[in-house]
Design a protein around this ligand. Sequence first.
Ligand SMILES: NC(=O)c1ccc[n+]([C@@H]2O[C@H](COP(=O)([O-])OP(=O)(O)OC[C@H]3O[C@@H](n4cnc5c(N)ncnc54)[C@H](O)[C@@H]3O)[C@@H](O)[C@H]2O)c1
Length: 319
Amino acid sequence: MRILITGGAGFIGSHLVKRLLLENHKIVVIDNFDPFYSIEDKKENIKVFKRDKNFKLFNVDITDRKKIANIFLKHKFDQVIHLAAKAGVRPSIEDPVAYFKTNIEGTLTLLEACKDIKLKNFIFISSSSVYGERPKVPFSEDDKAENPISPYGLTKLSGEKLLKIYSNLYSIPSTAIRLFTVYGPRQRPDLAIRKFIDKIYNANEIEMFGDGSTMRDYTYVDDIVDGIVKCVYQPFKFEVINLGNSSPIKLSELIKIIEKSLSKKAIIIKKPNQIGDVSRTYANIRKAKKLLNWKPNFKFEKGISMMIKWYLIKYAKKD
Ligand SMILES: NC(=O)c1ccc[n+]([C@@H]2O[C@H](COP(=O)([O-])OP(=O)(O)OC[C@H]3O[C@@H](n4cnc5c(N)ncnc54)[C@H](O)[C@@H]3O)[C@@H](O)[C@H]2O)c1
């Protein structure tokens, strides 16, 4: 199939590109190499694909309507997997306008390009942030997900709503996948696990926000890629599906597991809770099991050891 992957130079996107090239699909990536984190890292993420005849890259912004329309005209996509976004909760509080532009206007631009082309599947990568702060766990797709507590969460919820409207208006088979904190090799450097590994390894202080009791449903990137690929082979009229580990880990526990894996002690600086951060995330994955026959395979300790292995090969000082 001819598949467009937006955001394919990023952390999750580059893992997905690798997997779908291995499955012999023709992959087009649109990514503007947003400077949120190292552009060099993103170039490195996709360097190896450039030799593949089934891979094509466009350094284009998803809000550029003219360029997006031209790419769609030329490439007759069967499917779109839309990961390009400004990601991250805390920076969305600093610069909400930029988040709304990329995540809402960008999504709308892509949907507009899809409305007349008989697309077989549009997969929108959403986030557990749409749930916001909820007393009831685990978070289920049937819960009313209207309480995001950050601009980022609201942009993802808006993306889902736009997807549903376009799916109805133009009969575009669509799935919104809500991801719960994804980790693994090449993880974004702004995320806690990556920061902690780096700082603990280098004997630098780490900041622990709150008393360590906040929880995240960390999910290994290979499991996430498996779930997205299952959606590629199984389009729905319109569905919203959680992909998460369904086994949340406390922040204090996370630090202990990283300390143990690195055989180093963390130097912890305690800070107050951050605004915009929810106290816990926890995925109900019954729907993914039922509709996609998907379940996570990586236990957290195993996933962390694989991420640390990657980190040490890439960054460990050669003394
Ligand atoms: N990593 C997680 O834990 C997590 C959790 C939930 C949801 N998500 C979602 O998954 C997707 C991928 O996240 P990631 O962690 O790989 O982030 P990432 O930042 O590594 O990847 C996003 C990619 O999108 C590109 N991009 C940003 N703005 C763009 C624009 N205007 N035009 C074209 N490309 C643009 C970036 O350059 C980057 O390569 C995002 O939509 C994110 O919101 C991630």
